[in-house]
Design a protein around this ligand. Structure first.
Ligand code: PLP
Length: 429
């Protein structure tokens, strides 16, 4: 076998894998059609027919409602906006605690801070990287209002347990489903299980409109509140006759007509795209299954994983070699790989220094907050182990790989893992 590329040998992958291109003639035609109307947005920030946006916005939302079999789809300019609106819609405010995963994109937790509430981090399970129901239960206090649950990497969280915990303690569930469109949990579609489900149309995700997001809900009142927060609520409540004014400070989270027209074409392709990601992941899992030092992705029986990324666990206790050295070696062979995914969120300065709003430490030291929150290192040991030692992630959504490239992927892995001793040797000298 050739010498490792990181030690001066020839790399396995000489030509980078082709980037996945989401956009085809269908999207180009849709954009042209909208441009010819001259109407790029049709929202008005006051109560009336146009409060809900233009023709494309409404058609796009209707498609989501049908596809996911839910009563309401509310589109916004990002999943981040959707998360902010969702936290507002369920009535979270100063002094409240909201339980959330530390192992997710930052916006999942900052959405809580925006409403002057306190993110409380509960650790993840090592198998699926999703929130551990036991950890959630331990974090519940008399201040807890809701749980924000990401379906991370494309695998649904454990909703049987999470729903019963939420019911027992009268908590709302927001699903951050940005990474898991069409993932399934015991016959239910991820993103339709909690009170509100949030999807992303950002260009990193399974389907995209550049930027964009969608909230799904079956609750009429929550849908109404999401629409208000999206579109300058404070200007519409009076004429609309809204009496519950909690969190009726609005934003401009409106989605454009062009993006909605693109979204319609993208949604038509979602099944095919997700299916192709599953096919690639299944092939990679089976090809890598003989490598002792790694664990390929786990899929809970009764669940469908849609692989936003392909997560691999390195059994770091087997070898005196750090995960990052393996990432370096894989990269040198020509594979795009990341180590660790995200730093557990509580380790970021905003939580370590507890500075949210202004310079007075709000919301953490806000006088409405009567609890005590912990963001110390070691708080969520599983998330920390994944980030610092174990996890390798391949951004499967960004590539179109088949045939020969699957072979090359497998070859690069086998090459690196059969020569770990060379890397260890190099570390020692
Ligand atoms: C991408 C992502 C978001 C944010 O999506 P945007 O549309 O870029 O705002 C939120 N949560 C998770 C888990 C994500 O992966």
């Amino acid at each position: 076998m050739d010498r490792l590329a990181i030690l001066g040998g020839p790399p396995v992958i000489k030509k980078p894998f082709p980037r996945y291109n989401h956009i085809g003639q269908e999207e180009i035609n849709a954009v042209n059609r909208v441009l010819q109307t001259g109407v790029l947005s049709n929202f008005l920030a006051r109560w009336g027919e146009r409060f809900y946006g233009g023709k494309e916005v409404l058609a796009h939302e209707k498609m989501w409602e049908e596809k996911f079999n839910v009563k309401h789809a509310i589109s916004m300019n990002s999943a981040t906006s959707c998360l902010y609106a969702a936290i507002g819609a369920i009535g979270v405010g100063p002094g409240d605690e909201v339980i959330v995963s530390p192992f997710t994109m930052g916006a999942t937790a900052t959405a809580i801070l925006i409403y002057n509430a306190i993110p409380v981090f509960a650790d993840i399970e090592p198998k699926t990287f999703n929130m551990d129901p036991d950890a959630i239960e331990k974090k519940i206090t008399s201040y807890t209002k809701a749980i924000v649950v990401p379906n991370i990497f494309g695998h649904s969280a454990n909703y049987n347990r999470i729903k019963s915990i939420a019911k027992k303690h009268n908590l709302k569930i927001i699903e951050d489903n940005a990474q898991a469109p069409l993932a399934e949990y015991h016959g239910a579609l991820a993103g339709t299980i909690g009170d509100i489900g949030v999807f992303s149309l950002n260009y990193h995700k399974h389907i995209q409109t550049g930027e964009g997001g969608v909230c799904l809900t079956n609750d009429d009142e929550l849908a109404d509140r999401l629409c208000l927060i999206r579109n300058h609520a404070e200007g519409a409540v009076e004429s609309k006759g809204v009496t519950n004014l909690i969190n009726m400070i609005g934003f401009n989270f409106r989605f454009g007509e062009i993006e909605s027209a693109i979204g319609i074409e993208q949604l038509k392709k979602l099944d095919r795209l997700v299916h192709s990601r599953i096919e690639i992941a299944d092939k990679l899992s089976s090809r890598l299954s003989d490598i002792e030092e790694i664990q390929t992705p786990f899929v809970e029986p009764g669940c469908k994983h849609v692989y936003y990324v392909f997560p691999i666990r390195y059994k770091h206790r087997m070898k005196p070699l750090h995960r990052d050295r393996i990432v370096d070696a894989l990269k040198a062979e020509g594979l795009t790989f990341g180590g660790g995914y995200v730093q557990p969120l509580y380790l970021k300065p905003i939580f370590q220094k507890q500075i949210g709003y202004g310079d007075k430490g709000c919301p953490f030291s806000c006088s409405f907050y009567k609890g005590t929150v912990d963001y110390s290192k070691g708080l969520c040991p599983v998330a920390e182990e994944m980030f610092f030692h174990s996890l390798l992630v391949f951004p499967i959504c960004n590539f179109e790989i088949a045939g020969e490239n699957i072979d090359l992927f497998s070859e690069a892995f086998h090459k690196v893992f059969s020569q770990l001793d060379e890397l260890i040797h190099r570390e020692e000298h």
